[in-house]
Ligand binder design. Structure first.
Ligand code: GCU
Length: 355
């Protein structure tokens, strides 16, 4: 028997206005959550941070953020906790980033292309070829000399603090019909992309017709034939159940993606210095937990794909390689872009030399 979807796509999504009606600017009050044993919500704490996520409750991001809430509650003696709103309940990332900026939502996981839409300074980290692997990306995220200034650059203008990141691993292409081996196989295919210039150009360079769309709309669009395919990592492919409709998965590894975790600076600023320290420590703990979960869940998703009969193919790497590399070069516009990209690539070279 097929498992049921986490949310019937034909059902209307809960009204965002209704959900936000309970979310004053300072976030959800303790009373709203007192005694609540819902997954992803810290209970019995004074102040709850609302966190928006577009993934399911089984995704590593949800589990790591749940851990964040627990660590925060422990380390602040119950003064602070968190509640995660999964499945785009508070909106798609493009809207939610504004809600965090204006303080209606306290925190969110936002994919790098959406942050890049807010500030082009982030673009070098969204480019294909920037990251070689999860290990390399993790090293970049931990290196203050590379990301320190960048991550605080939105504080004054947007009231957004980048706390750090969760990897998206390598992203691959999948379609409803036939295996994808070369760019010719993608000719005329409508492939969903995240809403960003880099992604539009990347998918075009790979031979397909890019269709920008929010993550939560992809299942229905694949089903309705609006899309011929999409691209993502194994974990998203399985948790979003795209395998049910697009069972041909090609390991193109066109990009190692990155999600940022953002917080509203005013809200964090209401914490005492000690609680802010605990907040940072709890996030670092959650970030570590995320990497462990990610590796485990990528393996488990691959196994599920094989069990469900997904056709997994290895494309012709040479046929895509040069096309993908050219995209990155085309987006390094300023000296600042080039310097950041080179710093990131320099770390990769250092890691290679010492391995
Ligand atoms: C991944 C990523 C999400 C992103 C999604 C997408 O799942 O973790 O943050 O929104 O890809 O393709 O939109």
């Amino acid at each position: 028997m097929r498992p049921t979807r986490h949310r019937a796509r034909s059902q209307p999504r809960p009204s965002r206005r209704r959900l936000l009606a309970g979310l004053p600017v300072v976030g959800l009050g303790a009373a709203a959550l007192a005694g609540c044993s819902q997954a992803g919500a810290t209970t019995g704490v004074d102040q709850i941070l609302s966190i928006s996520l577009n993934q399911t409750e089984t995704h590593p991001s949800f589990l790591a953020l749940t851990r964040f809430g627990e660590l925060l509650a422990e380390s602040t003696d119950g003064r602070w906790g968190a509640r995660i709103y999964a499945n785009e309940a508070l909106g798609a990332q493009q809207e939610v980033i504004q809600l965090v900026s204006d303080g209606s939502v306290d925190m969110a996981v936002i994919s790098s292309p959406q942050v890049e839409n807010l500030s082009l300074r982030f673009r070098p980290l969204s480019l294909p070829g920037a990251f070689d692997s999860i290990e390399h990306q993790t090293a970049v995220l931990r290196d203050e000399s590379v990301v320190g200034e960048l991550f605080s650059s939105l504080e004054e203008s947007k009231k957004l603090r980048v706390l750090g990141g969760f990897t998206q691993g390598a992203r691959h292409m999948y379609t409803k019909t036939g295996p994808i081996t070369t760019p010719d196989d993608l000719a005329g295919m409508k492939i969903r992309v995240q809403e960003s210039d880099v992604f539009l150009e990347l998918i075009r360079a790979m031979g397909a017709s890019p269709t920008p769309m929010a993550y939560g709309e992809v299942y229905t669009a694949l089903q309705a034939g609006v899309l011929d395919g999409a691209e993502n990592n194994e974990v998203s492919y399985v948790t979003q159940r795209h395998d049910e409709i697009a069972p041909h998965f090609s390991l193109t590894s066109h990009l190692v993606g990155l999600d940022y975790v953002l917080a509203n600076t005013d809200r964090v600023g209401t914490m005492s210095d000690a609680d802010q320290e605990a907040f940072r420590g709890s996030f670092l703990g959650a970030q570590e937990e995320f990497v462990r979960l990610w590796i485990q869940e990528t393996d488990a998703s691959t196994q599920q794909m094989l069990d469900k009969g997904v056709e997994i193919t290895e494309p012709d790497a040479d046929a895509f390689g040069e096309r993908i590399e050219q995209v990155a070069r085309g987006f390094l516009d300023t000296d600042e872009d080039v310097a950041l990209y080179e710093q990131v690539r320099g770390l990769a070279a250092d890691m290679e030399a010492t391995s």
